[in-house]
Design a protein around this ligand. Structure first.
Ligand SMILES: C[S@@+](CC[C@H](N)C(=O)[O-])C[C@H]1O[C@@H](n2cnc3c(N)ncnc32)[C@H](O)[C@@H]1O
Length: 334
């Protein structure tokens, strides 16, 4: 495979040395990254750029368990998506990723926190966007970089980082996404506060989390899956053809070492704490203009607590069978 630069020229200037409050700048040298101000070197690990810095002490145990889980089980699996054309066609046929790319538009800087194997980051670098995917897991990032190199995706960059200690300058990205990640951290609220700082004022923040109560049926199935086997899962029965891909999905859903569940109201509280204006929710909140919104980033109403409760109860019959992820989208106030 032909070598390719690890960082796009629009992403490298946004990096800083990990574990420091000041905005130092980074450069590439032969073996890895180097801080221009301090001269400190950050070598690539297994060929992956790494600016990893440990979690605060109280979260170190969860971070270590999650890290070792995703080192063994990189998610999502690439099976059948090795060529970029296949990944694009999957992204275009998935309403969520298609709407997301449409809403992001062109020439944007996109940060994906907890990118896993990088499939979404690769899809979103279409339209001349430049993406940075960060993750704890070197095994996942290894697959992301392999796919990037095979398909020569120069606008997608990847780096090992910890969400709690992001080695990224504040106010840098037009769009910050974290989909299916923060509920695997020791403190989702604190992780949210960490990622929003990387969004430019006026930029978009999107967070996808396991929903309370819609995650309850998955918990119930986790108690039964050893007896009844993987076919108990709707996605395995109806969507996944490949055995390895099904195995990765089952481990991620039913054998994960740490997860928490969250409500729309709770995320609205995080938005308030971090000066984020609510724009939209996916799936939409019932009987609000979210149901008719043309685009994912359109400004809609959050509804009252009764509507949100009814919406979340209704998700027991919809998203509950596919992992119970909901996304809340907001704009960082200027
Ligand atoms: C379920 S996967 C989601 C991957 C991808 N976002 C997706 O939707 O397919 C969760 C990912 O979050 C990453 N992760 C969890 N805690 C993290 C942390 N503190 N810092 C960076 N990444 C983290 C894991 O390594 C894993 O790759």
């Amino acid at each position: 495979m032909t070598a390719i630069a690890p960082f796009s020229p629009r992403i490298l200037p946004l990096l800083k040395a990990p574990g420091r409050d000041d905005d130092t700048s980074m450069t590439l040298d032969g073996e890895g990254l180097r801080c221009i101000e301090t001269g400190e070197s950050y070598p690539f690990l297994r060929g992956i750029p790494s600016l990893y810095h440990p979690s605060p002490e109280e979260g170190a145990d969860v971070t270590a368990r999650i890290r070792s889980f995703y080192e063994e089980t990189p998610f999502p699996s690439y099976e059948g998506l090795e060529e970029f054309g296949e990944l694009v066609s999957k992204g275009q046929s998935n309403p969520f990723s298609r709407q997301l790319l449409d809403a992001i538009g062109y020439n944007k800087l996109v940060l994906e926190c907890g990118c896993g194997t990088g499939q979404l980051s690769h899809f979103l670098q279409l339209n001349n966007n430049h993406t940075l995917g960060i993750d704890l897991s070197l095994a996942s990032l290894g697959l992301a970089v392999e796919h990037k190199t095979r398909n020569q995706l120069t606008r997608a960059s990847f780096c090992q980082m910890n969400i709690f200690e992001l080695a990224i300058k504040d106010d840098s990205f037009d769009v910050v996404i974290s989909h299916g990640v923060l509920h695997h951290t020791f403190d989702a609220r604190r992780a949210f506060a960490s990622i929003v700082r990387k969004c430019k004022p006026g930029g978009i923040v999107m967070v996808g989390l396991y929903n309370k109560p819609a995650r309850f049926p998955t918990w119930l199935r986790s108690k039964l899956i050893r007896t009844f086997g993987p076919k108990i899962d709707y996605v395995v029965r109806n969507r996944i053809k490949d055995a390895r891909k099904a195995d990765v999905w089952i481990k991620d859903q039913y054998f994960n070492p740490h997860e928490t569940w969250h409500s729309i109201g709770e995320v609205l509280g995080w938005f308030k704490e971090n000066d984020i204006e609510f724009l939209n929710c996916s799936p939409a909140i019932m009987d609000t203009d979210g149901e008719t919104a043309g685009g994912l980033f359109d400004r809609t109403g959050p509804g009252g607590s009764y509507r949100r409760a009814v919406t979340q109860a209704s998700w027991l019959a919809t998203i509950a069978r596919e992992g119970a992820l909901f996304d809340v989208i907001g704009r960082r106030m200027a």
